[in-house]
Design a protein around this ligand. Structure first.
Ligand code: ADP
Length: 577
């Protein structure tokens, strides 16, 4: 029997329904997210799987804290927001570590958390939390989707805001009921195309008269200095910095993460003459670095009383806070280009025999020679310097592209900063503006994902490593080329440092608050997951472990046994403890 054609049948495209999770995944891909870091669970598992289906690579972690640190560092390294996905309530709280890290370091990041059903909020729902209130102190913008149709626009807005002006974190709250709502494919496609391609925000240039004023100050300075930080690195200002330093002959001082914009070995590097450089300079051009504790607030006694600061920062508030002699609000690369252009019209150069350049160069050479004499000693059981020299040489032997160095710890980071050599921009990730411990493994994973051509080498204290050690499994799962070197001195700052008078009271037989299990076999943690573990307590063992693991470019942990009493409490920040 003939049947009538079914005129009500619609095409598959028209009939397909798109839920909130799929729309979120597609919106992330449309916003340009190529990677996302996080931990899945109720109600966001489908957001991750749908995002993967849309072409976004999801890197699954054990803890949102590490995933958040990874997202923040990814934002710094790529200039695009790193994305963190978390579950509601506790997942969001753990993610705050990453969000606050993006905020304090001024890196672009977008955190997305699922949240409980809107109808059940306030009734004690599963993992209920006022997440918008929780994230507020750490974000530029906190957005909540109240219906599925809002998702694409919120994602685009969060991405654009995270990068606009001073970079930072943005937050998107996706309630479970919104993720379960559905719309037609036609509506989804039109929402995605309406939200796409927001006009990229332009950072205006500073007034040219201010640029002229800055150049005039530099031109007439007796002891000028340029200081640059991770804001200049983020702005990809290395070419402009190089041109400035090489045309003017002005010595430079990088902040810890500004290291590598110019090679540490450059003849105008003032790093090894830091106290002299900041203590005696009369005009300091500070680019993309805050005059915070890391730069002694720009105040005496570390800086001279009458130093004139020229500050270059994308943030007007930052410049207003510091009240410099000249403030240039703008993008570091762009402003340095303007400065270079201004100098080109009437060039000046200090030259090698200029008394200031000579003084810095002499001091730097003297200090390097003193350090070299210390480094030349073969101290076993290991102190910090002997293994650091061996690690420095192994890293330098890698050439270009230089490995990305991740560093955290008290003594380990301090000694590493002085000894390890940075030769390329954005190849150093450390504890940053807050001096945060626990960033290491997250940063390693972000670095390996963001810069797949580079080896990643972490130089960490055992305390720093312990914060996120389980993420070594993540390294193995994704087969990332990361070698983690753990300076194992059996505790925070090393062994038990209490005086006999301090060892008293009913709990005196407990381990000291600074102690860990002595001789912990950290390398076997890596072996538990099929990665490579090494134990090294002599120069030969360390050299062999470095050579094998660097050429293998596979996940490895080197458990470096050092003298528990080699370091100082609080590293170089004893006065803060
Ligand atoms: P460091 O830790 O290296 O001293 P900080 O984190 O203290 O650096 O300072 C970085 C500064 O760079 C911040 O004040 C931030 O506003 C600024 N910044 C970020 N992006 C840019 C940019 N594109 N151009 C200029 N400054 C920038």
């Amino acid at each position: 029997m003939a049947t009538e054609p079914n005129t009500k049948t619609s095409t598959p495209t028209e009939s397909a329904l798109v839920d909130g999770s799929e729309l979120a995944g597609r919106a992330l891909a449309a916003a340009g997210a190529s990677h996302m870091f996080g931990v899945v669970g109720i109600p966001v598992t489908a957001v991750a799987t749908r995002a993967v289906a849309a072409g976004v690579r999801f890197i699954a972690f054990h803890n949102e804290q590490s995933a958040g640190y990874a997202a923040s560092a990814y934002g710094y390294l790529t200039g695009r927001p790193g994305v963190l996905l978390t579950v509601s309530g506790p997942g969001c709280v753990h993610g705050l570590a990453g969000l606050s890290n993006a905020w304090v370091n001024t890196w672009p990041m977008v955190m997305i958390s699922g949240s409980c059903d809107q109808a059940d909020f306030g009734k004690g729902d599963f993992q209920e939390l006022d997440q918008i209130a929780a994230v507020k102190p750490f974000v530029k913008l906190a957005l909540k989707a109240t219906s599925i149709s809002e998702i694409p626009r919120l994602v685009q807005t969060a991405f654009a805001t995270a990068c606009a002006g001073r970079p930072g974190g943005c937050y998107i709250d996706l309630p479970a009921d919104v993720l379960h709502q559905t719309i037609s494919e036609t509506e989804a496609s039109s929402l995605l195309s309406e939200a796409a391609n927001p006009i990229p925000p332009q950072i205006p240039d500073p007034e040219i008269a201010e640029v002229e004023k800055a150049v005039s100050l530099l031109r007439h300075a007796a002891r000028p200095l340029i200081v640059f930080g991770k804001g200049a690195a983020y702005a990809r200002a290395e070419g402009a910095v190089k041109k400035f330093v090489e045309t003017t002959g002005i010595p430079f001082l990088p902040t810890p993460m500004g290291k590598g914009l110019l090679p540490d070995t450059h003849e105008l590097a003032a790093t090894a003459a830091r106290s002299l450089a900041i203590g005696k300079c009369d005009v300091a051009l500070v680019v993309g670095a805050r005059l915070n504790w890391l730069l002694h607030f720009g105040e005496p006694p570390r800086w001279s009383n009458d130093v004139k600061f020229i500050l270059v920062d994308v943030s007007k508030e930052e410049i207003e806070l510091r009240k410099p002699h000249v403030g240039l609000v703008g993008d570091a690369k762009r402003v340095l280009d303007l400065i270079n252009r201004e100098i080109k019209d009437d060039p000046f150069c200090l030259g090698k025999t200029h008394p200031w350049v000579e003084a810095i160069s002499k001091k730097a050479k003297d200090n390097v020679a003193k350090m070299d004499a210390q480094l030349a000693k073969e101290v076993v059981p290991f102190n910090f310097l002997t293994p650091m020299r061996i690690i420095r040489d192994a890293i330098s032997a890698q050439g270009s592209p230089a490995p990305i160095l991740v560093s955290e710890g008290a003594n380990t980071m301090d000694v590493g900063r002085a000894v390890l050599v940075q030769s390329e921009p954005r190849t150093r990730l450390d504890a940053g503006t807050w001096g945060t411990m626990g960033v290491g493994l997250g940063y390693c994973i972000a670095a390996a994902i963001a810069e797949p051509n580079r080896l990643v080498v972490a130089v960490e204290g055992d305390s720093g490593f312990g914060f996120s050690a389980m993420e070594v499994e993540t390294l193995v799962r994704y087969q990332l080329p990361v070698v983690v070197i753990v300076f194992n001195n059996g505790g925070v700052y090393g062994g038990d440092r209490r005086t006999p008078e301090e060892v008293t009271g009913p709990h005196k037989d407990d381990p000291a608050p600074t102690s860990f299990v002595p001789g912990a076999a950290y390398h076997t943690l890596m072996e538990a997951f099929g990665g490579k573990g090494y134990r090294a307590s002599t120069p030969d063992e360390l050299k062999s472990a470095l050579s094998e693991s660097f050429s293998a470019r596979k996940p490895a942990v080197i458990n470096l046994i050092i003298d528990p009493y080699a370091g100082a409490e609080s590293g170089r920040l004893q006065h803060k403890n």
